[in-house]
Write a protein that binds this ligand. Structure first.
Ligand code: C5P
Length: 226
């Protein structure tokens, strides 16, 4: 069993919030600015969902998903995701993969199965972790916790523009419905529901630019850690 206790002095910034609020972009910018490690915890749930579906495992078959997850060799390097040697980078980024991830993420045993893996990302000189339960569960002792929110409409519009720029045809209303459905599932689940930690700074990015959000988070880090 790995002893993570030795890493508890390594600073962690947690960035939780609903999909499309800008967590990933902000987390990458902060990690790059600080020279810290990055954990995209949503990618882990996406990988389990996509790998499970590829093996014809039902998304509610917790036991089979956990068994499968134990055998996955996951590597994140140079913005590419490899699973057992196969490139998963694009496959895990689709809307379907996000919705499937939200289904497997509601299974407590699946969450338990990747708990230690996530804590293993806490390495010097620091970690920026983005997800839904980084500040409430996985790094509950983190010195800086951010909850990044935005209206569902703003998040749907951002996603719409992103997909359109990538040449993909999408329907804004359908996107909004998917976002609202995923939000409801993430907020209402029994285990590790999406909610701000008691000591989190809540940032509503609806009317903010990414640079403004990054500056707010950097100021919070300076006031809490340095
Ligand atoms: O952040 P991302 O959109 O990649 O997350 C995909 C899904 O994974 C979320 O909708 C959520 O259900 C789940 N998730 C989670 N806990 C995390 C990160 C993601 O439950 N820490």
């Amino acid at each position: 069993m790995t002893n993570y206790a030795e890493n508890v002095t390594v600073p962690v910034v947690t960035i939780d919030g609903p999909g499309g609020a800008g967590k990933g972009t902000v987390a990458s910018a902060i990690a790059a600015a600080k020279g810290w490690h990055l954990l995209d915890s949503g990618a882990l749930y996406r990988i389990i969902a996509v790998a499970g579906l590829a093996q014809n495992i039902a998304l509610d078959d917790a036991q089979a998903l956990v068994e499968m997850a134990k055998g996955l060799e996951i590597s994140f390097a140079h913005e590419q995701v490899h699973v057992n040697g196969e490139n998963f980078t694009d496959a895990i980024r689709t809307e379907d993969a996000g919705n499937s991830a939200s289904q497997v993420a509601s299974l407590p045993t699946v969450r338990d199965a990747i708990f230690n893996l996530q804590q293993g990302f806490r390495r010097a000189p620091g970690l920026v972790a983005d997800g839904r339960d980084m500040g409430t569960v996985v790094f509950a002792d983190a010195p800086v916790k951010i909850f990044l929110d935005a209206s569902a409409e703003a998040r749907a519009e951002r996603r719409y523009n992103q997909l359109k720029n990538n040449g993909l045809g999408v329907n804004l209303r359908a996107l909004l419905e998917q976002i609202q459905e995923r939000d409801a599932r993430d907020r209402e689940r029994a285990v590790a529901p999406l909610k701000p930690a008691k000591d989190a700074l809540i940032i509503d990015s609806t009317k903010m630019t990414i640079d403004e959000v990054v500056a707010t988070v950097m100021a919070q880090i300076s006031s809490k850690i340095e």
